[in-house]
Design a protein around this ligand. Sequence first.
Ligand code: SAM
Length: 194
Amino acid sequence: MHSCYAAGAPVAHAALWRAFFASCPPCARVLDLACGAGAVACVARDAERGFDVTGVDFATEIKSIDGVKLVLGAPLEALPLPDAGFDVVVSQYGFEYADVEPASRELARVLAPGGAVALVVHAREGAPVQDIAGRLARARRMLAPGRFADVVLRLADALMAGAPTESLAAEAEAARAVEAKAEHDGTTRACWRY
Ligand SMILES: C[S@@+](CC[C@H](N)C(=O)[O-])C[C@H]1O[C@@H](n2cnc3c(N)ncnc32)[C@H](O)[C@@H]1O
């Protein structure tokens, strides 16, 4: 709930959040963006400063959290929340998952004048971002025209339509062979059965 790994060592964030919330005005309206299970929202709730705490996330499966209002199924890019409705906006490893430009506009819209913002985000050069960037690049490569996923999808369409498939099957096998030689991981392994 309150830690991550940096350079192979656990880093605790709860102390950082406690210090931040101690600097916020009492009874502040606090919004936790991309709250997940409420790691930061719970620190705000437990700060005993009379905060009115709301968590927002586009996930819908999040369990209710005592003392925290949840707004679920809500994207950071289009918050179903009032203008200037919050004195403090926070996020921990959440804000950067959104489309940052519209999410920033929404953050600014819901923040009251003079309000405070604190975001803990993954470093661009850090392992999670680098890993995801690599997976995304590999997935995009497989989906590109003539590459494995593209050919298999066309083959499936041809099969569904009852059209001839021999040349597409050969193309798919060739694309698979190309993919097999490329760098891959569990996300993008190319395999098929025809
Ligand atoms: C890594 S989790 C962090 C959760 C929590 N803040 C924490 O520190 O444990 C990222 C969260 O961002 C949410 N999320 C990702 N993109 C989002 C978006 N565009 N709008 C709203 N929530 C989003 C996910 O559903 C997930 O709960």
